[in-house]
Design a binder for this molecule. Structure first.
Ligand SMILES: [Ca+2]
Ligand SMILES: [Ca+2]
Length: 145
């Protein structure tokens, strides 16, 4: 029994619910771990405002401002954001609102990754520049690879 008990250490409640075969409707809210990778090329970074919306098979999140303390989205950096959200199901895409504002706004974005409370990570590649506004009504959509 000791080994059995130890084996489940580290799993979240939502993860256990998934392993026990409970439906996604019963899954609890949990932490969504979002990473944004900025290209390591000249002028890749931006100080523009960026918000994202996570689209899942169950529902979509609201718009989430990505702004940690300090300077986000600099050349070659990975920025990490942890957000508590209701269950989205399987994440299928990430929508990006890009204001294209502030100093040197153009942004070279490698990719986003999202890890759900159940530990499923999806990769949303772009490997390209954002050089104009992407509005909330017509955002840049990055599908899961
Ligand atoms: Ca910045
Ligand atoms: Ca900041």
């Amino acid at each position: 029994m000791k080994h059995t008990a130890r084996a489940i250490v580290g799993f979240t409640a939502a993860g256990l619910a998934a392993m026990l075969g409970l439906g996604s409707a019963q899954a609890a809210a949990g932490n969504y771990h979002i990473e944004s990778r900025t290209c390591n090329v000249e002028d890749a970074g931006t100080d523009s405002r960026v918000e994202v919306r996570l689209n899942g098979t169950a529902t979509s999140s609201g718009w989430i401002l990505l702004d940690n303390s300090g300077d986000d989205r600099e050349r070659g950096r990975t920025d990490v954001y942890d957000k508590t959200l209701s269950n989205l199901g399987t994440v299928t895409s990430v929508d990006i609102y890009f204001a294209n504002n502030d100093d040197s706004p153009h942004w070279c974005l490698e990719e986003f990754t999202v890890r759900t409370p159940t530990g499923v990570t999806t990769i949303h590649p772009f490997h390209n520049w954002l050089t104009r506004v992407y509005s909330k009504t017509s955002p840049l959509r990055l599908n899961a690879a």
